[in-house]
Design a protein around this ligand. Structure first.
Ligand code: GLU
Length: 310
């Protein structure tokens, strides 16, 4: 059977300037698709309207242009997609898979709630079996959770290898719609990727645990599973993950010090794609791209060396 044309996506949150880690993920997502003649989609993940803005979205587009990371289509931003998420929610509701949850934040985070070693908690199913009468007694609007089960999901990640997860043990019933009516990331991503025909998801390693959650929702909504590649995180010298607070490594600063080819060369070298951090364009790199060359270990950024490279 002929291989399907790959469809990948950039799915940035327009809440600030892209930093080096965002550029790293975007470059690898682009290379994976373009090296095999695939299509690239851009989607603004702006569900959190308090933190995101149209200005940041426009700067993101300009930054992708500067980098030479083109895309074929920009699909509608998540803030405009409520109807599509409503439909998915209704499909889950029709099958009796969602229920209202009235737990308060402090109940969820109380010391008695089961917590995993990384600090996240497992929802113990408190509201799953409330009776209609008990539900009717609450006056505040509920969040809505989807019931999970105890099957084991195995993600075959192109970079991280096998990742296993049992949702009932590792996460518990998941919120799909918040009490204020806003749909959560997991549902929105699943619906958007499915509707856009995305065949591969490339993003930072910090989202690896989201993959089985999204695979479960894909299954419930009758959507195919994409392939996954969770790429290494970039760390500052003191071991913290780079974030939008690392102003010195955001694109605004980097653009003053380096050409896009120099930055691409540095990132490609950090990823394990090329032997030396020499200037190169994404197009040139695409000719030799292979996931086999990408290592999974976190990358500590030597800011001095990076900027001297420029
Ligand atoms: N919007 C997320 C971010 O900017 C990425 C989500 C995804 O790629 O699935 O971190």
């Amino acid at each position: 059977m002929a291989e399907l044309t790959p469809v990948g996506r950039f799915a940035p949150t327009p809440s600030g300037r892209m930093h080096l880690g965002n550029v790293f993920s975007a470059l690898l997502a682009w290379l994976s698709v373009r090296s095999r003649g695939g299509r690239m989609i851009l989607r603004m993940e702006d569900l959190d309207t308090q933190r995101t803005s149209a200005e940041f979205a426009e700067t993101l587009r300009e930054d992708l242009r500067w980098l030479g990371l083109d895309y074929d289509l920009e699909t509608p931003a998540q803030s405009t997609r409520k109807q599509a998420y409503d439909r998915a929610f209704a499909a889950l509701e029709a099958r009796g898979l969602v229920y209202p949850c009235y737990c308060t934040r402090s109940q969820l985070h109380s010391v008695n709630a089961p917590h995993l070693s990384d600090g996240t908690y497992v929802y113990p199913g408190t509201c799953r079996s409330l009776t209609e009468a008990q539900r009717a007694a609450f006056t505040r609007p509920p969040a809505w959770r989807v019931m999970v089960d105890s099957r084991e999901w195995v993600v075959q990640d192109r970079v991280q290898g096998e990742y296993r997860c049992v949702l009932s043990r590792d996460c518990g019933d998941m919120v799909v719609r918040r009490a204020d009516g806003v749909y959560v990331y997991q549902l929105a991503v699943t619906v958007d990727d499915g509707e856009a025909g995305v065949t591969e998801v490339v993003r930072g390693m910090d989202l690896l645990s989201s993959a089985p959650r999204q695979m479960y929702l894909q299954e419930l909504l009758g959507l195919p599973h994409p392939e996954y590649a969770h790429v290494p995180m970039l760390l500052a010298a003191d071991g913290r993950r780079l974030s939008k607070r690392d102003r010195d490594l955001d694109l605004g600063e980097l653009q003053k010090r380096m050409t896009p080819q120099q930055l691409t060369g540095w990132l490609a070298h950090a990823a394990g794609l090329i032997a030396r951090a020499e200037a190169v364009s994404p197009r040139e790199l695409a000719k030799e791209f292979s996931w086999d060359k990408i290592h999974g270990a976190q990358i500590t950024v030597d800011t001095q060396a990076l900027l001297q490279n420029g």
